[in-house]
Design a protein around this ligand. Structure first.
Ligand code: HEC
Length: 145
């Protein structure tokens, strides 16, 4: 009898180990996405968002308010820009974040996936389809006015 339990225990432990090792990987976006996101970030965002900044929002630090909020809120922030609140550095004129409507769905998803997985951040990727959806919602709202 006793012998039978040993293999079952081993199987359970092996299974748990496999699950554990899969855990962190599911957050790992493809290299191409991170590469494109980094280029975009350096071109479009780094003027104001410097990763070494002591301001957690300017650094897009894990504790910044929006990086890990709902995806919709984050996508909207980049598509529409943000009103003033915090002085981040001398480049943030009037503390405003400009709109990035001109970036296409893939560019927005790439750069957001990049910030969600850089600077000690770790979060699931944003897809172009998710950006498209928020953009469509925005357009519908604008029509209503
Ligand atoms: C001209 C300066 C400027 C540029 C360029 C800029 N931002 Fe911002 N960003 C800001 C300011 C200012 C805030 C804070 C606004 C507030 O708190 O009301 C902000 C806030 C944010 C936040 C919310 C931070 C948080 O969690 O509280 C995110 C996310 C963000 N920016 C992403 C981006 C991305 C991605 C880009 C590039 C595509 C970008 N920003 C480019 C100025 C900028």
């Amino acid at each position: 009898m006793r012998r039978r339990f040993i293999p079952i225990n081993v199987i359970i432990i092996a299974g748990l180990l496999v699950l554990l090792s899969l855990g962190p990987d599911q957050y790992k976006p493809p290299k191409e996405v991170m590469g494109r996101g980094k280029t975009l970030f350096e071109r479009e965002c780094m003027l104001c968002h410097q990763p070494e900044s002591p301001d957690k929002e300017a650094a897009l630090h894990p504790t910044a308010q929006w990086v890990f909020g709902t995806k919709k809120k984050l996508i909207k922030a980049v598509l529409n820009g943000l009103p003033d609140s915090a002085q981040m550095n001398e480049n943030t004129q009037g503390n405003l974040m400009p709109s990035f409507q001109h970036l296409n769905d893939e560019q927005v998803s790439d750069v957001l996936t990049y910030i969600r997985n850089s600077f000690d951040n770790k979060a699931v990727a944003i897809t172009p389809a998710e950006v498209k959806k928020v953009r469509a919602l925005n357009a519908r709202k604008a029509k209503k006015k």
